[in-house]
Design a protein around this ligand. Structure first.
Ligand SMILES: O=C(O)c1cccc(C(=O)CC[C@H]2O[C@@H](n3cnc4c(=O)[nH]cnc43)[C@H](O)[C@@H]2O)c1
Length: 262
């Protein structure tokens, strides 16, 4: 499994949910002791290197088996997509493809459905502003005859995660601009009535996953309300703690998930 956050503090918050270091033998030629036969010991000659590099990307191996890798993919849909695609391609070329990709981090929440400190799991990962502005209003690319604006995670997995973590399931929007006014928040809410959260990477991560035929999830901890820009209202620390707690509860769900389930 590959978990892609935007920044290292989010990556490290997820890693704290998995205190046991990875112990599985290295499986990729890019790792120094690939092909080792002795059972690995943490820190031993055949232990999985906790961090390896692919191009400019640092991949943190935080658990395994099953394999769980973390990357800080960068802020915004474009860099998140590029970083996620790099990690997916390297794994596929090494013969050890990921079977699930998760976009995770903090997000703005649409009240009252997603208050600050709550957890949201996407049943739709939607590009909030991919389309055209017209005299009649916003038209998504799908209505212009091309592209995609929504990716849907595996339904059974979303339900299991919501049950295990208490996360609320709904639409998580991806944009390139953090909403900063009540008027913009209302435009988004009217355009996407099921929206629970707004972030900046999920749709990019989902596009990279779709290009590899790999299912995707998005899990967000709410750090601030979507609306008027108020830095004092941000609760990053609380959201990062909720992210760690949420991943600790969903780890068993991911371990028991069958990738062939719908
Ligand atoms: O408005 C500001 O001054 C401001 C200051 C620091 C950071 C930002 C961001 O752009 C954070 C974006 C970063 O965090 C995620 N995130 C968190 N809350 C939101 C939100 O309300 N809308 C969109 N993204 C949010 C996002 O995924 C980025 O990784 C702004």
């Amino acid at each position: 499994m590959l978990v892609a956050t935007a920044v290292p503090v989010e990556r490290d918050a997820v890693a704290r949910a998995f205190p046991d270091p990875a112990t599985e033998p290295p499986a990729r030629a890019t790792e120094p002791s690939a092909g080792a036969t002795e059972p690995p010991v943490p820190g031993g000659p055949n232990a999985v290197p906790p961090v390896h590099r692919i191009a400019g990307l640092h991949v943190h191996r935080v658990a395994g088996p099953p394999r769980l890798d973390l990357i800080a993919a960068g802020v915004g849909p474009a860099l998140a997509a590029a970083s996620t695609a790099t990690a997916l391609t390297a794994a596929a070329l090494a013969g050890t493809p990921y079977d699930l990709v998760v976009s995770a981090g903090v997000a703005g929440g649409f009240a009252p459905g997603a208050p600050v400190g709550s957890l949201v799991v996407a049943d739709e990962i939607t590009a909030a502003d991919l389309g055209a502005d017209t005299a009649e209003g916003f038209v998504p690319v799908t209505e212009l005859g091309f592209g995609t604006v929504t990716h849907r995670p595996p339904e059974t997995l979303v339900r299991a995660i919501a049950a295990a973590t208490g996360a609320v399931a709904g639409t998580v929007l991806t944009g390139s601009t953090v909403t900063g006014t009540a008027a913009r928040a209302e435009v988004l809410r009217a355009r996407h009535p099921r929206a629970l959260a707004e972030a900046m990477e999920g749709f990019g991560v989902a596009e990279a996953a779709a290009a590899h035929g790999v299912p995707v999830l998005e899990i967000r901890a709410v750090s601030n309300p979507v609306g008027p820009r108020d830095r004092a209202a941000w609760r990053i620390h609380d959201a990062l703690a909720a992210l760690t707690e949420g991943f600790g509860k969903l780890a068993p769900v991911l371990r028991s998930w069958n990738p062939h389930e719908p």
